[in-house]
Design a protein around this ligand. Structure first.
Ligand SMILES: [Zn+2]
Ligand SMILES: [Zn+2]
Length: 215
C-alpha cells in the first residue's frame, strides 16, 4: 500500500523514518503535531535553540514514538537540548518561541487516539507485544494513512497563543554560552565537563570513576 503523504510533510517523513527506524502511526502523529504547533506560532524550524519543545510523554508507554516526529518537525532535538520530556504520560506538546516569547500547546484528541489504539487493526499486534517492524506492512500503512488523512481539527486541539512567555535558555546560542569547560578524568583520562567531575582528595574524577552510587 503506497502512502499518500501531504507534500509539505514528505521530506520530513522520509528524514524521520531514517532516524526512527520502523514504520508506525505515532511518529507521523508527532510530525503533524510539531508542524501544527510551528504553523500556529508562525515560526521556522529551530536551526539552533530558537524554539523549545516540551513534550508530555514519559518513556515505555504507547505513542512515545511521536517524539521523533516532533524532533524532525520542530528542530527541537535531544542533541541540541531544546527538547524536554515532562514525563506526564500524556501526548501534548507545548512549543515555545524564545525570541517572540510566545507559546502554544497542541495535543491529539484523546478519543481519536484511544479509538485508533484500542479498536484499530493494529490493536491485536500491540497488545501481544509485536514489534512495530514485524506488523504486516498493510496494517501499519492503514494506520499511518489514517494519521495523515485526518484534518487538523479532527486530530488535534490547540490552546490559544500565550504571549509574554519566559522561555528559559539553556545550552549555547542566543547570546548565552553553555558549559564549555572540560577536564580530563585523573583516572580514566576521558574528557568530562568540569561541572560533572567529582573531587576525590587531589583527584578530579568522572562520575563513573568516582563511583556514582557512593558519591
Ligand atoms: Zn515508532
Ligand atoms: Zn574516569
Amino acid at each position: 500500500m503506497n502512502l499518500n503523504i501531504p507534500p509539505a510533510l514528505r521530506a520530513d517523513y522520509d528524514a524521520a523514518l531514517i532516524m526512527h527506524g520502523h514504520r508506525c502511526p505515532a511518529m507521523p502523529l508527532g510530525l503533524r503535531l510539531g508542524h501544527l504547533a510551528r504553523r500556529l506560532l508562525g515560526v521556522d524550524k529551530a536551526l539552533d535553540i530558537q524554539l523549545l519543545a516540551r513534550l508530555e510523554i514519559d518513556r515505555f508507554h504507547f505513542a512515545t514514538c511521536l517524539a521523533d516526529g516532533v524532533q524532525v518537525a520542530t528542530g527541537c532535538t535531544t542533541g541540541k537540548g531544546n527538547l524536554e520530556l515532562l514525563g506526564w504520560g500524556k501526548l501534548g506538546l507545548t512549543l515555545l518561541d524564545r525570541r517572540g516569547h510566545r507559546a502554544v500547546r497542541v495535543a491529539p484528541r484523546g478519543a481519536v487516539i484511544l479509538g485508533a489504539k484500542d479498536e484499530g487493526p493494529l490493536a491485536r499486534y500491540q497488545f501481544t507485544g509485536t514489534p512495530a517492524s514485524e506488523v504486516p506492512p498493510d496494517i501499519m500503512a492503514q494506520m499511518i494513512q489514517m494519521i495523515f488523512d485526518l484534518p487538523d481539527e479532527q486530530l488535534f486541539y490547540a490552546g490559544g497563543i500565550e504571549e509574554g512567555v519566559a522561555a528559559p535558555v539553556r545550552g549555547c546560542g542566543l547570546g548565552q554560552c553553555g558549559d564549555f569547560k572540560g577536564i580530563l578524568c585523573d583516572r580514566c583520562g576521558d574528557v568530562v565537563v568540569e561541572r560533572y567531575a567529582r573531587l576525590r582528595g587531589e583527584q578530579r574524577l568522572c562520575i563513573a570513576c568516582a563511583g556514582y552510587d557512593r558519591s
